[in-house]
Ligand binder design. Structure first.
Ligand code: PEP
Ligand code: MG
Length: 587
């Protein structure tokens, strides 16, 4: 994995967000429980107390769920230890004392919990009965669980060292990227993760180079070392020698030059050589990205991941706040349309303000539309906010992870109820707002004909569709090679979705990461997709190739892909076809 040359060392991983960063390394390992006590500002007392309370609430749900599961398998009589832990959790003193430490000591929740533990230890030490005295171990276990819950989903932001920082971590979450000082953290490298995790998607959106899958990087004592992070080649060079340093500075300049040249394509129409207009749109997470979509030549937003607004906070945003933020996004890209996807939380996007179940398989768990439908009142706040924004400009709504008609009908029913409420209140909205669904679960592909009768458009989420079709966790770096967009099963699914959508007279869009890779453009174009939505920075590259391609060529290429039986064969064919036809379009 690494090679030593004098002092210089190189570590390889998978390139997940392009660019080259030169800076100082900061190593963060969150797997070790954060026991650090640090001071907080008076203004953060409320947030820190909320963090404590929601970690306690999550721990309670975890224990209750565990108890339910065990009741079925081992029976009640063996579950006294869980009841003991639940009793400790319910002890008012734990919350009140820890909250007091936060308030009066102006310290973080982890520090406060540890001070409380210290008090419990003193108390238990004074108990005569040896058995009872030893029950301090239960208190310790419970407090450890709470600390785990704290570090798992909400932790102190990644702080840079002084100067330009490249952060090495076991893993990073989307929240980390949203929270960190993006002016100073200029590169990221992690031990786990994949190209299509939400953290990787966000890194690309914010143009922060990222390498994932660099095993063991946090175990080495590299803190403070000068480094070069290569998000194109997928490696980290520690202590670069002068020759390597100069070489990388040149590569960095070259990369930045190519990127700025590509922006010249951004202003040109997204039309094939034979004049077919294909919508190229941007995938966005926060309103600041709207300007980037336009700058990179996107005609509006094909996927607005609203869940980012719900992350990293203790309360869910209310209708007014959502309305304000969605309006900001809408006006950032006006007069182009925006496609707002309703909350897709769960999986790798946990919300602090919402108690998630402790799940064995979060990717198959309570996420996306399932979570939204389980909280109809919260969901309606979002639906109302989206409807209200539709009065000001072209807005489409899209439901994530639809697996069957029941979910679509329930979601549409709540949408109709929200419309009726707005009517009663005399609030305007677009009565013809298109209602689409994401096709990202294999069952949705199979019943696409049924879904097409009740949806106004389809948008294929290939990130999840590939994950669920091939049973390959999109965030597992060990399986990265098996995550195959060109797998014949995936290609057949894409073909079925487009054909079914068109037979029903609705648009077939695609918004997974596959849409942003020029390699796949001829295939997607040839299959007949009407709209491709991708991270803003991918738009110019895709547009450049689109403008050099005829539809006839694309159809020929995509049809030929179906002559092959494995992803490897299709990949070989596609690369040779692309080299033959358009080598000069790839930089
Ligand atoms: C997808 O699954 O392809 C998609 C676009 O949604 P997300 O990446 O947010 O799950
Ligand atoms: Mg998805």
């Amino acid at each position: 994995m690494d090679s030593a040359k004098n002092d210089m060392r190189q570590f390889s991983g998978v390139a997940a967000s392009p660019g080259i960063a030169v800076g100082i390394l900061r190593v963060i390992d969150r797997r070790r429980l954060s026991l650090e006590e640090y001071n907080i500002d008076q203004a953060n007392v409320g947030a820190e107390t909320d963090r404590l309370k929601s970690a306690i609430a999550r721990t309670r749900v975890e224990l209750e769920t565990l108890k339910e599961q065990l009741q079925e398998t081992v029976g009640n009589e063996h579950l006294f230890f869980i009841d003991t832990h639940l009793m400790i959790l319910a002890d008012e003193r734990l919350v009140s004392e820890s909250s007091t430490f936060i308030e009066t000591g102006l310290i973080n929740a982890e520090g406060a919990l540890q001070r409380s533990l210290h008090r419990y230890r003193e108390l238990f030490a004074g108990i005569d009965d040896a058995y009872l005295r030893e029950r301090i171990s239960d208190v310790e276990t419970v407090i450890e669980k709470i600390l785990c819950n704290m570090s798992g989903t909400s932790h102190a932001p990644i702080s840079p060292v002084s100067g330009q920082t490249v952060v090495a971590a076991h893993d990073i979450t989307p929240t980390d990227i949203l929270q960190m000082d993006r002016g100073r953290v200029i590169g990221l490298i992690t031990e786990i993760g994949g190209r299509t995790t939400h953290a990787s998607i966000l890194a690309r959106a914010f143009e922060i180079p990222l390498v994932v899958g660099a095993e063991g990087i946090t175990d080495l004592l590299l803190e403070g070392a000068p480094v070069i992070l290569d998000g194109i080649g997928g490696c980290l060079i520690v202590n670069p020698d002068p020759g390597t340093f100069v070489d990388y500075i040149q590569r960095k300049r070259h990369y930045e030059y190519i990127e700025s040249e590509l922006l010249k394509v951004a202003v040109l129409p997204s039309r094939t050589l034979d004049g077919h207009h294909i919508q190229l749109r941007g995938n966005v997470e926060v309103p600041e990205e709207g300007a980037s979509v336009l700058r990179h030549g996107g005609e509006g937003v094909g996927l607005y991941r609203t869940e980012m607004l719900f992350m990293n906070r203790s309360e869910m945003p209310d209708e007014e706040e959502q309305f304000r933020v969605y309006s900001a996004m809408q006006s950032a890209v006006a007069p182009h349309p925006i496609t707002i996807r309703t909350l897709d939380a769960g999986g790798d996007k946990l919300l602090d303000g919402c108690v998630h179940l402790a799940e064995q398989n979060p990717a198959l768990g309570m996420r996306a539309i399932r979570l939204a439908l389980s909280k109809p009142d919260e969901f309606k706040k979002q639906l109302r906010a989206i409807l209200r924004v539709s009065a000001a400009g072209k807005v489409r709504i899209m439901f994530p992870m639809i697996s069957g008609l029941d979910e679509l009908r329930q979601a549409r029913l709540l949408l109709e109820q929200s419309k009726a409420e707005l009517d009663a209140e005399g609030i305007a909205y677009d009565r013809d707002m298109a209602v689409g669904i994401m096709i990202e679960i294999p069952s949705a592909v199979v019943i696409a004909d049924l879904l097409a009768k009740e949806a106004d458009f389809f948008s294929v989420g290939t990130n999840d569709l590939i994950q669920y079709s091939l049973a390959i966790d999109r965030s597992n770096e060990h399986l990265a090679g098996m995550y195959q967009p060109l797998h014949p099963a995936v290609l057949r699914s894409l073909r079925r979705v487009v054909e079914t959508a068109h037979a029903a007279g609705i648009a077939a869009c695609i918004c997974g990461e596959m849409a942003g890779d020029p390699l796949y453009l001829p295939v997607l174009l040839g299959l007949g997709f009407d709209e491709l939505s991708m991270g803003a920075t991918s738009i110019p590259r895709v547009k450049k190739l689109l403008r050099r391609c005829t539809r006839e060529q694309a159809v020929e290429i995509s049809e030929s892909c179906f002559n092959y039986s494995t992803a490897t064969e299709v990949d070989l064919y596609l690369k040779s076809a692309i080299t033959r036809h358009f080598a000069e379009s790839f930089d």
